[in-house]
Ligand binder design. Sequence first.
Ligand code: UDX
Length: 442
Amino acid sequence: MSCRIAVFGTGYLGATHAACMAALGHEVLGVDVDVAKLAKLEAGEVPFFEPGLEGVLKSSLESGRLRFTSSYEEAADFADIHFIGVGTPQRRGDFGADLSHVDAVIEKLAPLIRKPSVIFGKSTVPVGTARRLGRRVRELAPVGEHAEVAWNPEFLREGFAVQDTLHPDRLVLGLDPSAPGRAEEVAREIYAKLIDEGIPFLVMDLATAELVKTAANAFLATKISFINAMAEVCEAADADVAVLADAIGRDERIGRRFLKAGVGFGGGCLPKDIRAFMSRAGELGADQALTFLREVDNINMRRRSRMVEMTREFVEGRLLGARVAVLGAAFKPDSDDVRDSPALNIAGQIQLQGASVSVFDPKAMENSKKIFPTLTYAESAIAACTGADVILVLTEWAEFRKLLPGDLEDVVRRTKIIDGRNCLDARTWRDAGWDYWGMGRR
Ligand code: UDX
């Protein structure tokens, strides 16, 4: 059955969700305050790089089932199902999450709800938020008790957003036991196709659903920092962390995924989510439970300084005047997102210490220029490496993984390369006479 859905926020999460819900056969209205973004989406253009999303967006627009608007009145008239997909960035000056966008949606939308409706939250929020929002909605909405809030956290990864939305590992739904209503029935209708395919549909209380999301991200961040801590030990002991990860990853209880040592995690989610989680645990009086996440964060940030130090060592202790090529600026491949990107952060630190840094990324150049306008941006990987004393591979784009020593040896000043993502074949580079360093595998 087709549902009438409004999706508030048209960033990575909201735009993907809106397009995918229309692809499932629902009638969808995407809502945002940014009219420039809406104009792009209406024209079938995705305002960021996400493989596969443009196809889904265009076919959803052509089917007539997907439209966009900046009008909350229109959204409240049109839909009786609302999804909140706005951002919850880190607050300026502390670790907590900034909920102003989520609150703004509720404050504007709730007073317009005149028919029984369900609001599903998708944004990552501190535990306890959904319950508070539920109370506020019942207070503000003309339909009172017939406006419900449920939580349906989103686990999508950038680069796999469409796949993760249409074929998630699980669907999670949090309900408010103190305000029973139709949310579960409605969610089963929305996701009927996915549930019929056998995707697990897990129903729980609101607080647990909020925590499932933060716990999942905390676990992933911990896994990455664990292997990066092992990389530090491997460097000290002259061992190889990639071989170690292959060997421990064979144990099914451990698993090989998310055990790639390198310059650490970044992006718009993991770093701010573990900080917001610590901050919330503190408010709840459970701060001791999460003090280990501070160490997870420290290990992660140390990878960036470690990379700067390795680069300094590689140019005989003097970054001043050295020419450094940086391949990769996005926080991970197949994304143009540079939020808290280790690659861009390292490039910036090295430049601030006097080196001249030339950066190339297949998709993230525009976004990088906005944040670090003072770096030099090259037209291609080869151009970035021309005249370089050392090359740093900081994002494992396929095009960098394919590079061979012969592609670069005629353009560089010195044949030195540091593989910040352990994504190159060490032997190929060493056999060709290059000085090659990986992370945790010197
Ligand atoms: C993450 C979660 O995976 C997703 O479930 C959640 O909804 C949002 O946050 P995303 O930020 O898109 O998704 O990226 P992810 O693929 O998790 O990678 C995060 C960072 O960790 C990247 O910087 C990546 O390079 C790094 N990483 C990942 C490693 O350094 N090593 C690994 O083994 C895996």
